[in-house]
Structure formats: C-alpha cells, structure tokens
Ligand binder design. Structure first.
Ligand SMILES: C[S@@+](CC[C@H](N)C(=O)[O-])C[C@H]1O[C@@H](n2cnc3c(N)ncnc32)[C@H](O)[C@@H]1O
Length: 250
C-alpha cells in the first residue's frame, strides 16, 4: 500500500483529528491509517469502531472518550485538556472521530484548545455518515433537476430537544436532500413542522441504523412512515435520517 503522505508530517508533540468514517475499517483513508500507525496515544469515540485499533501499535495508549452505555463520557473540556497534555508530553496524538471531524464532531473546540496551547494540529477527513448512508441506500443525494442542494442538519439542541431556530423553510424545500444527524428522538416533531410548512407527506425518507456494523439496518418509506416508526419503536443504534425526492426509487 502506498503511503498517502510521509509520516514526518505527524511530528512528535502534535495532534491529528482523524475521521474514522462510518465504521467499516476499509472505509478509512490511507492517511487515517498512516496516522493511526504512527500514533503514540489514540483518544477515540464509541462510534469509531474497535476494528480501527488493529492499525495502532501495541505500545500505543488507547483512551476511550465516548459515551459508553452506563458510563458518563468525559466532558468536552476534559477531552481538550487531555489532547493538550498528551501532546505537551511529546506524544503523537490521534483524536479518532466517527465520520468526518468537520461534521458535528465538536472539532472547533478541540482545535481552539490545541492551537491556544501552541500545538500543531492537522485534520484528516473521513467519510461522513450522510454519504455512507446514501451508499447503503444505493442512492445519490443529488439529482439533476430534482435535488440541487444537500443539507446536513443536527436534529437536537444542547438539551436534546428539536432546536428552536431551525430554518423550517429550508428544511421543507422539496428541491433539497436533507440528512439529519442525532435526530431519531426529534424527527416526529420535525415532520409535524415540515407538513405544516407544506412539504408533501409522500416525500421519500429513510433511516440507516448502525452503519459499518453487522447490525446495519435500513428502513425506507415516506417522511410520515419514518416519523411513525421513530415514535413507536425507536431503533437502539446510531441513526442517520434522510429525506427528499432524490431518494425516490426511480
Ligand atoms: C456526534 S454526530 C457525529 C457525526 C460524524 N462526525 C459524521 O461525520 O458522521 C453523531 C451522529 O452521527 C450519526 N452517525 C454516526 N455514526 C453513525 C453510524 N455508524 N450509523 C448511523 N448513524 C451514525 C448519527 O446521526 C449520530 O447521532
């Protein structure tokens, strides 16, 4: 395998925010593998699958910083503090994040903390869940003349509720494909607002659950079907919810 970049760019005492993609180890980028191989410390999320650890040197330190069932996750400022502390001790530090580090991953806070400490940091992009979900559906998120815009949206606010300041007109745009992260609890409430704003109840929609794992499950229907499914029997795994006319079967 040809290295994507020389390892020398990952200097001792620096941090790499690495996107792990949706969970399948073979959807890691070459650069992500290279950073994992060179890492002396890896701070990782739950959603970044355990398979990735096979790329990490046996002597490297592994630090779980995700939300494990029944265990409180470290606060975001504690994660930032750890990144700075490990890098200051001269280690090559990988912060492994599910999907892409630039999408709903609180990377801005970690970047600020590390840069404020004068530590070099790079971002290694990963495949975000929205595009991995499109692949699982065998669908394109864009469609000429039908869906000219793709929007990535969070379905929950800091308190777990549907954000008050969502742009409902944009979310009800029939010419867009909408990909909702962290939205399984609030999607039924969102659909009520979309319907009130005029989005057709027949708009195609899908849930893709637990991508990159043997439990991957796809549920397809209309926005109304998907909202009813989530209201009555909410899946346990992480869910990407997508809707828009680009998802119509033909
Ligand atoms: C904190 S966000 C992280 C997003 C991530 N940075 C990305 O680019 O995909 C977590 C949300 O991403 C989605 N997600 C992450 N991993 C997933 C997976 N394996 N299967 C389905 N959805 C997933 C879910 O909507 C989940 O609530």
């Amino acid at each position: 395998m040809t290295p994507a970049r020389p390892n020398s760019s990952f200097a001792p005492g620096s941090v790499a925010l690495v996107g792990a993609g949706p969970g399948d180890a073979d959807l890691l980028t070459l650069r992500a593998i290279q950073r994992l191989q060179a890492a002396e410390v890896v701070l990782y999320d739950d959603l970044a699958g355990e398979d990735f650890m096979s790329f990490v040197a046996p002597e490297a330190e592994l630090v779980a910083v995700g939300k494990r069932a029944g265990h409180p996750s470290p606060r975001q400022d504690e994660v930032s503090r750890l990144l700075v502390a490990y890098a200051r001790s001269g280690k090559r530090v990988v912060r492994l994040k599910a999907g892409d580090p630039a999408v709903f991953a609180r990377s801005d806070e970690e970047l600020r903390a590390v840069r404020d400490a004068g530590i070099a940091v790079e971002i290694v992009p990963g495949i975000t869940t929205a595009t991995a979900a499109a692949a699982a559906l065998g669908a394109s998120l864009t469609k000429r003349g039908v869906a000219r815009r793709v929007q990535l949206v969070t379905g929950h606010d800091v308190d777990g509720r549907l954000p008050d300041d969502l742009d409902i007109a944009a979310l009800a745009d029939p010419a867009a494909t909408t990909c909702i992260y962290m939205g399984k609890a609030t999607f039924p409430a969102l659909v009520e607002r979309l319907l009130a704003h005029g989005l057709a109840p027949s708009t195609p929609a899908a849930i893709v659950e637990s991508l990159g794992s043997p439990e991957t499950r796809v549920i397809q229907g209309t926005i109304v079907d998907i909202a009813a499914q989530l209201a009555s029997d909410r899946p346990q795994g992480a869910c990407m919810i997508l809707y828009g006319m680009a998802l119509a079967p033909r």
